[in-house]
Design a protein around this ligand. Structure first.
Ligand SMILES: Cc1cc2nc3c(=O)[nH]c(=O)nc-3n(C[C@H](O)[C@H](O)[C@H](O)COP(=O)(O)OP(=O)(O)OC[C@H]3O[C@@H](n4cnc5c(N)ncnc54)[C@H](O)[C@@H]3O)c2cc1C
Length: 383
């Protein structure tokens, strides 16, 4: 088949890998002008490690492990009052999202067509294919179109309708940016919080850089999603007058080249497929950063979708239905974790005993039972 994937972050390139293994032709269109290789740290849990292993990439991902140790929780005067064990926030393995995207890109770029700086403009479905126009490139027809273009998916909007129908806000906004590691952190982070606000700084890339995150509680806001100057002003307004390193962090944010701002939100849909168009990862079932599971979901979703397509050659409807059946329970569990995480996000200053109990629970957390990864079909079925 000839498959178009929109979005070259985690889900898109992972799906491209598996589709290529089955001999399909894959085009990946990414709105950003180049690979987005900056960004925050993401962690993997459970089966996502198996997927990386089956892709032959686990060792390389491990080589980029942030090796994050425990972090310090700071009170409003910037004094450390408790230690946050890494097991709570760094999963089984943590890596900068940009490093992961680059690894996935390098693993696929030789036999996948990557188109940067473009976006789907319209989709028209026929019995035999999908006619796609692009904002820049010439129109083309594909057998299938996969929306792996994140929380604000264009593919979803074109095939399923406006975002408001599907987004559930969790009452938190987050800004993330890169900065010099001027605090001299080594494999650790500092987390400052007061009611309704939290500011974190973590070491990155062996302490040669750092990442800051500023979170604030808020209902849905109206702003221009492309106007990062406006977004920086919103964040600065919320954090004005705060203590600890916040004034310096706001200055760093002003100058940061790499800046990401978004709501913590989930995507809830009755179905992820419409004809020959299907959604993958955050585009179809974002669990929100408070779940800590979005990257795992994206990788596992890509594996399951490609596997079901391989097992139902010529019948994409059956494959999409099987993909949904396998993923639904898993997504439900992770979205519940995302909502629970959001509820406790700004809950004051926990005691060390309460944190240790949480860490013990996290260490014991069983692998989710909802998706047991079956083997990927071999060459006899696929390719
Ligand atoms: C601050 C923060 C912290 C997080 N921490 C964690 C964590 O610790 N653990 C974890 O598992 N997950 C975490 N996540 C979630 C994780 O980043 C996502 O769940 C994961 O990246 C989903 O991957 P994806 O490929 O589905 O979507 P995305 O990573 O959102 O990628 C979508 C891609 O589509 C592109 N795109 C958008 N629109 C278009 C268009 N019109 N045309 C073409 N391309 C387009 C985008 O540029 C992007 O490259 C965090 C998220 C945030 C924001």
């Amino acid at each position: 088949m000839n498959v178009l994937i929109s979005g070259a972050s985690v889900a898109g390139p992972a799906l491209a890998h598996w589709l290529r293994r089955c001999g399909h032709d894959v085009t990946l269109v990414e709105r950003a002008g180049r690979l987005r290789d900056g960004g925050y740290a993401v962690d993997f849990r459970g089966e996502a490690l198996d997927v990386l292993d089956r892709m032959g990439l686990l060792d390389e991902v491990r080589a980029h492990d942030t090796a994050m140790g425990d972090a310090s929780l700071l009170d409003e005067d910037g004094r450390a009052y408790a230690t946050l064990p890494a097991v709570i926030f760094a999963g089984d393995l943590e890596i900068l999202k940009g490093d992961l995207t680059r690894i996935l890109y390098e693993a696929t770029r030789h036999d996948v067509e990557y188109v940067f700086g473009d976006s789907i403009a319209s989709l028209e479905q026929y019995d035999s294919g999908v006619r796609v126009t692009f904002e820049r490139g010439r129109p083309r027809t594909f057998d299938l179109v996969v929306g792996a273009d994140g929380l604000h998916s264009r593919t979803r909007e074109l095939a399923f309708g406006p975002a408001q129908r599907y987004l559930r806000h969790l009452g938190i906004y987050t800004a993330v940016f890169s900065l010099d590691n001027y605090l001299g952190l080594r494999n650790t982070g500092q987390l400052y919080s007061v009611p309704g606000l939290a500011a974190n700084v973590f070491a990155a890339r062996g302490g040669t850089e750092a990442r800051a995150a500023l979170h604030f509680a808020s209902g849905p806001l109206e702003y221009d999603r492309r106007d990062t100057a406006e977004q920086r002003r919103i964040v600065a307004g919320r954090f004005a007058g705060q203590g600890w390193e916040v004034p310096r962090l706001l200055r760093e944010m002003e100058q940061a080249d790499e800046f990401h701002f978004d709501a913590n939100a989930q995507v809830e849909m009755g179905s992820w497929a419409e004809g020959r168009v299907v959604l993958l990862g955050d585009a179809g079932y974002c669990a929100a950063p408070t779940s800590g599971r979005g990257t795992s979901q994206a990788l596992i979703g890509a594996y399951v979708l490609a596997r079901e397509l391989a097992l139902a050659p010529g019948d994409h409807s059956a494959a999409f239905a099987a993909y949904e059946r396998r993923m639904r329970g898993y997504v439900r569990e992770h979205q519940r974790a995302g909502r629970e995480g959001a509820e406790v996000f700004f809950m004051g200053s926990p005691t060390q005993e309460a944190i240790d109990a949480l860490a013990a629970g996290a260490a014991r957390l069983p692998r989710t039972e909802a998706v047991r990864l079956p083997d990927f079909p071999g060459a006899a079925v696929c390719g």
